[in-house]
Design a protein around this ligand. Structure first.
Ligand SMILES: NC(=O)c1ccc[n+]([C@@H]2O[C@H](COP(=O)([O-])OP(=O)(O)OC[C@H]3O[C@@H](n4cnc5c(N)ncnc54)[C@H](O)[C@@H]3O)[C@@H](O)[C@H]2O)c1
Length: 328
């Protein structure tokens, strides 16, 4: 049985993270901590466990295996570092850092994320990031078709997203298409609510990634190979693929995606996979490296917007920068 502490109990903690951990038969929530006493008490009452308003006190007093840290980027560093230093498994939200907020990641945020990676590497623990699209059934199906080679080599990727999914879609584009080598980007103002980037992948393929704060559509990713193409539309949508020389289209939908429960189900599935990866001592697909790689790409996009120049994506590569781009 894994003893789980919830550290931060506002929207994500209360609605998605804690309910996902409590559903797992091999997890038990043992404490809830929030600096806002009403929130700490609300969580503690819900799960019948002690409430804390001080993380150090909780970590000192409780016997804990996993700390779930569903907080915004402004709070993340301090809490993640103190839990990793204690050799605890950590699951947290994205992005890993962001002094100007999650939609304006900049170069100076990357070393903050790197420090978390360095601390993680000192301990034999799992460090998971809540990039919940990794648990989307359509993303898994699409990844399997790409991995099978039926669509041939990647030629181009076209991705667009509403602002709220920006971090996730950068991570997805990388997961589906491989490492990004260089970016060139524009935005329509300093707020960067509407931006577009050209991406050059390590494989030689190219792609575009656009975000709009006005977009109703959550996201669309179109992966175009030399033999065929595959598209994912939305969290609550469809995925479909066909070969270029055929009119036969394979469609996928997900029953969960029609009942409004998909969003919640993705948290449940990703957190279940995180716990399983600890139990089985195997790598977790949305791990700290995925969190860091997102930061590196996002920071390069911001730098390109601000300088008007193309920017190489500098990857932090200790031990060749272990990173998972394939499904097992
Ligand atoms: N994965 C997703 O699909 C998804 C969706 C929405 C939001 N998010 C992410 O979730 C994060 C925001 O979540 P939120 O709105 O619940 O978080 P928040 O940052 O608004 O709230 C975090 C909670 O942690 C508490 N807290 C802060 N410092 C603390 C400390 N030292 N000790 C104890 N408690 C402390 C705060 O009081 C607050 O209650 C963002 O990073 C965002 O990107 C992810």
């Amino acid at each position: 049985m894994f003893k789980v502490a919830i550290l931060g109990y506002r929207a994500q903690g209360a609605n998605h993270h804690a309910p996902s951990f409590v559903k797992l038969t091999d997890c038990q929530i043992v404490a809830v901590c929030d600096i806002v006493v009403e929130r700490a008490r609300a969580g503690a009452n819900r799960y019948g466990v002690p409430a804390y308003t001080n993380a150090d006190e909780m970590l000192e007093a409780e016997d804990i295996d996993i700390v779930d840290i569903p907080v915004g980027e402004g709070y993340r560093y301090e809490l993640v570092m103190k839990c990793l230093r204690r050799g605890l498994h950590v699951f947290t939200e994205k992005p890993l850092a962001g002094a100007e907020g999650q939609y304006r990641i900049q170069r100076s945020d990357v070393p903050v994320a790197q420090e978390m990676i360095d601390e993680w590497r000192r301990h034999d623990v799992h460090f998971g990031i809540c990039f919940c699209l990794h648990a989307s059934r359509n993303v898994r199906r699409v990844k399997q078709v790409i991995q099978s080679g039926q669509l041939g080599q990647l030629r181009q990727i076209q991705a667009r997203t509403a602002l709220g999914s920006w971090n996730h879609i950068i991570d997805m584009v990388r997961f589906l298409s491989g490492e990004v080598e260089e970016v060139f980007a524009y935005a329509d103002g300093e707020e960067m609510g509407n931006k577009a980037a050209c991406l050059k992948f390590e494989s030689g393929a190219v792609g575009t990634l656009a975000v709009s704060q006005d977009l109703g559509l959550q996201f669309q990713i179109k992966w175009i190979g030399e033999l065929g193409e595959v598209t994912i539309d939305n969290i609550a949508g469809n995925a479909y693929w066909h070969l270029h020389n055929s009119h036969d289209v394979t469609h996928w939908s997900d029953a969960r995606q029609l009942d409004g429960g998909t969003y919640t189900a993705q948290f449940e599935d990703l957190i279940a996979e995180f716990v399983a990866s600890i139990k089985e001592r195997c790598p977790f697909v949305a791990d700290g490296w995925a969190g860091l790689r997102h930061m590196e790409i996002d920071a390069a996009i911001t730098e390109s917007i601000r300088t008007g120049k193309s920017v190489p994506v500098r990857r932090y590569m200790p031990d060749k920068g272990h990173t998972i781009l394939t499904l097992t």
